[in-house]
Design a protein around this ligand. Structure first.
Ligand code: MG
Length: 360
């Protein structure tokens, strides 16, 4: 019996045939999602980068490789690194295994410079293949993608098997290229459940190729590798994929914990409740020496202020002498007479002070 299995690459023909003949299919558009490594997936447009290399490390960076030695790198078994050190760069050695940093990292900004062999050898995934692995698990692909046909999610600067780069900013083989990677590690609960997926922003030769993309799990060939709970810090690694790819000038900046908190929505200082009759004493206009106004108003038990032209600011009351702005670190400090009536107010914001006398 003849097989009815059709190669996936022919599915557009199938859709066209369906359209012409009236078959029903589930969709007839470009799919919103692609299987990993699909050669039909559109390849990103080429961009000629302009970034000058090397990019020196900033003052707070940890230098992982400056060309002088491999002391901060290890073989997979923890033994000294076996890649070749030569003329200020290191080069992967076929069969020597991945390199791992001796130190472990979580959230980082990572700068890596690399070059694929010239003259180029091999094709597709066999041409200048290596990779930069965040936490040893999440690969930004290194490949000669200057003039080399492969699947979009496996070309240079792809988050391998997941996200093709937005553009192909590759330089020719043999030329130094760079990745600047901002990586936010995945977060797991104590019982190992995924709380937050990892994210990456990547610039290839100074050109944005990933804009805070979500990583689905470990990057791998053929298989889907969903998240498995792992430590908050793990070594970075560089891939030995059998091609003599070179690296130089590698530095990393550890990033503070990621918070997505919005504006302060709860008072951060104790708030007191004053009787409306007491609050009413503060209501009025205060004016500084240059004629600028601070206006205090009451709305039931709530106070509001217009300060230096900014109207309708929420005010919190901390004492009879001190109010604050709800959203910003601005304070209103009152000078009271013996009867508790304000004579003046000084608005404090940053290092600035705005003293204003009550005028009506
Ligand atoms: Mg690779």
């Amino acid at each position: 019996m003849q097989s009815c299995v059709m190669p996936l690459r022919n599915y557009r023909k199938l859709v066209l045939a369906a359209f012409l003949t009236g078959w029903t299919v589930s969709w007839a558009q470009t799919p919103a999602q692609w299987k990993a490594h699909d050669m039909e997936r559109p390849r990103p447009p080429k961009v000629t980068p302009s970034l000058a290399l090397p990019v020196p490390p900033p003052s707070d960076a940890q230098v992982l490789f400056d060309g002088s030695g491999l002391s901060k790198w290890r073989s997979p078994n923890g033994a000294p690194a076996r890649w070749v050190l030569r003329d200020g760069y290191m080069e992967s050695v076929k069969g020597s295994g991945y390199l791992y940093t001796a130190d472990s990292f979580g959230d980082v900004q990572l700068h890596v410079e690399w070059a694929t062999p010239t003259p180029p050898e091999g094709r597709g995934q066999g041409r200048g293949n290596s990779g930069v692995f965040l936490m040893g698990l999440y690969e930004v692909q290194v490949l000669d993608s200057y003039d080399n046909h492969t699947y979009a999610d496996g070309q240079a600067a792809a988050v391998y098997g997941q996200h093709p780069p937005l553009v192909n900013a590759s330089r020719p083989p043999g030329e130094w290229q760079s990745y600047d990677i901002v990586f936010r590690r995945p977060r797991f609960s104590r019982d190992g459940a995924l709380l937050k997926a990892a994210r990456m922003t990547v610039l290839h030769n100074g050109v944005l190729v990933h804009d805070n993309v979500e990583i689905w799990g470990g990057t791998s060939w053929l298989q889907y590798d969903p998240y498995k709970s792992h430590p908050d810090r793990l070594p970075l690694s560089l891939q030995d994929h059998g091609n003599p790819v070179r690296y130089r000038n590698i530095w990393v900046r550890e990033l503070p914990e990621w918070t997505s908190a919005g504006p302060v929505d709860e008072p951060v200082e104790p708030v007191v409740t004053l009787a409306p009759s007491v609050l009413e004493r503060y209501v009025g206009r205060y004016q500084d020496a240059t004629g600028r106004n601070i206006i205090i108003a009451r709305d039931g038990a709530s106070m509001r202020a217009s300060i230096l032209g900014r109207p309708n600011l929420d005010v919190l009351v901390h004492s009879t002498e001190e109010f604050s702005l709800r959203w910003t670190a601005g304070r209103l400090v009152f000078d009271l007479n013996p009867q508790g009536e304000p004579l003046s107010v000084t608005f404090h914001i940053g290092r600035a002070r705005f003293p204003a006398k009550k005028v009506d």
